[in-house]
Structures are given as structure tokens and as C-alpha cells.
Design a binder for this molecule. Structure first.
Ligand code: B12
Length: 137
């Protein structure tokens, strides 16, 4: 596979680190060049990293329930930076408690995310989606 740069990170004041490490490991093993920003990543840091690494996709995690607040406006920042074409994925426990995922997906897609993944998504699903969306099949 040709080198494909990805940016990965946990947005906001969120410190949940384990899923992030698992995603880094699985995506790297699948052949992607992963730039992992770790936890507590600001919107500005995601934009800066995507610019610096020429990322084709950015995978945002949010586990602690504040995903909606933390993610709002991220797509607009990508557009302002000229990064309209960068794929934006989001996953984790995006909202507080158990809410109907169809509604959660609708909300995050309206915010500009290309794909929205439900709680407990396995890394293989993200890898498959990336391959499809980036034409790597
Ligand atoms: C461990 C843990 C902690 C640890 C974190 C330690 C650390 N440094 O990692 C500590 C104790 C610090 C913690 C704190 C808190 N936690 Co906590 N925590 C957990 C717990 C038990 C496990 C998380 C975990 O590691 N899971 C295992 C990994 C592998 O799974 P994962 O993170 O979900 O990631 C996988 C997938 O979701 C997916 N994925 C994740 N992101 C993305 C992104 C994309 C694009 C894709 C495709 C896939 C994907 O891929 C990963 C690999 O398969 C969960 C409950 C649970 N069972 O999940 C609660 C949980 C996440 N925590 C919760 C809460 C509320 C908190 C606190 C707010 C509690 C408090 N009042 O202080 C704080 C927040 C602190 C902060 N600022 O972030 C809630 C969130 C509720 C919500 N969203 O509605 C949960 C769900 C517990 C619960 N049932 O209430 N927590």
C-alpha cells in the first residue's frame, strides 16, 4: 500500500487513552502511517497535525460524553485551513449515556463528519472504512 498518513487523537479534556493506543497499533499494522496526538487534543492541534503530515484522514475519539461540544466547529476549522478533502471520522462514547445511535450519527454528520462510529467499534471496521473511502481496495 502506498504511504497514507493518518492523524489520530482524543479530543477535548478527555484522558481515555486505551482505545487510542489500540487504534494506533491496529492502524499501523494495517499499513497506515499514524501520527498519534494522544489524549487531550484541541481542535487547533488536529488541524495543525493534518496540515503538517498531509493527512488523508483524521480519526477523532471522544469517550467522556462531551463529544458534541468538543467536536462542534472542527469541520469549519478544516475548511478554513484548506483541508476540505481530509476525511473526518469520529467514534467512542460520543454522547452522555445510551442514546439512539441513529440520532447521534445524524448529529455528527450534520457537523461535517464523514463517518460516525458507535461505542465499542472494533479497529477492523475503521480500517475497512478507510480502505473504501480512500480507494485502497
Ligand atoms: C478506564 C476508564 C477511565 C479511566 C481512563 C484511564 C486512561 N488514562 O485511559 C479514568 C478513571 C481516568 C476515567 C475517567 C473518567 N471517565 Co471513564 N471510563 C473508563 C472505562 C471503564 C474504560 C475505557 C476503556 O479504556 N475502554 C477500552 C477501550 C479499548 O475502548 P474504547 O476507549 O471505547 O475505544 C475503542 C472503540 O470505542 C473504538 N474507538 C474509540 N474512538 C474511536 C474513534 C474512531 C474514529 C473509531 C473508528 C473508533 C473508535 O476503538 C477503540 C478500540 O476498539 C469506560 C467504560 C467502558 N467500559 O468503556 C469509562 C467511561 C468511558 N468513562 C466515563 C466517564 C463518565 C468518565 C469521567 C467523566 C468520570 C468522572 N466523573 O470523573 C472521567 C473523565 C476524565 C476525563 N477528563 O477524560 C463514561 C463515559 C460516559 C458517556 N460517554 O456517556 C464511561 C463510558 C463509563 C460509564 N459507563 O459511565 N475513565
Amino acid at each position: 500500500m502506498k504511504e497514507v498518513n493518518l492523524v489520530l487523537g482524543v479530543i477535548g479534556a478527555d484522558v481515555h487513552a486505551i482505545g487510542n493506543k489500540i487504534l494506533e497499533y491496529a492502524l499501523t499494522n494495517a499499513g497506515f502511517k499514524v501520527h498519534n496526538l494522544g489524549v487531550m487534543v484541541s481542535q487547533e492541534e488536529f488541524v495543525k497535525a493534518a496540515l503538517e503530515t498531509d493527512a488523508k484522514a483524521v480519526l477523532v475519539s471522544s469517550l467522556y460524553g462531551h463529544g458534541e461540544i468538543d467536536c462542534r466547529g472542527l469541520k469549519e476549522k478544516f475548511i478554513e485551513a484548506g483541508l476540505d478533502d481530509v476525511l473526518l471520522y469520529v467514534g467512542g462514547n460520543l454522547v452522555v449515556g445510551k442514546q439512539d445511535f441513529t440520532e447521534v450519527e445524524r448529529k455528527f454528520k450534520a457537523m461535517g463528519f464523514d463517518r460516525v462510529f458507535p461505542p465499542g467499534t472494533m479497529p477492523e471496521e475503521a480500517i475497512q472504512a478507510l480502505k473504501e473511502d480512500l480507494g485502497l481496495m
